[in-house]
Design a protein. Structure first.
Length: 119
């Protein structure tokens, strides 16, 4: 194990994205990366199930995407930087995603910010 990662499991809320995770979730992360393309986004919005099937996502990944379970996706191995692309497709802001990851409503989350009224 990489000495920089050793002991990371002990840090609550930390989910390492290493080469093993990358290999295991390659189809999911490629699916999310493709959200940069208008054609892929349009196809997903028209028929999400067909596009997820084409991307060879497993049942767990499909379920996480259907539920928009942001924290579940990260724990499963989605790279956050490509997950953001999917969030835009389903009309979620980063702040809404962060609130969900913390198990809070958007309003509750915003009250924890230094400038709660800014969006």
């Amino acid at each position: 194990m990489n000495p920089q990662v050793k002991g990371m499991e002990e840090l609550g809320g930390t989910y390492a994205f290493d080469i093993r995770t990358s290999n295991r979730t390659l189809n999911l992360n490629r699916f999310l990366w493709k959200m940069i393309g208008q054609d892929w986004r349009d196809r997903y919005q028209a028929d999400p199930e067909a596009v997820m099937q084409e991307a060879e996502l497993n049942d767990t990944e499909k379920d996480l995407l259907r539920k928009q379970d942001w924290l579940g996706l990260v724990k499963h191995g989605a790279n956050f930087f490509v997950l953001e692309k999917f969030a835009r497709v389903v009309h979620k802001t980063n702040l809404e995603v962060y609130a969900s990851m913390r198990g809070e409503t958007f309003e509750e989350f915003m009250q924890t910010r230094r400038v709660p009224a800014s969006r």
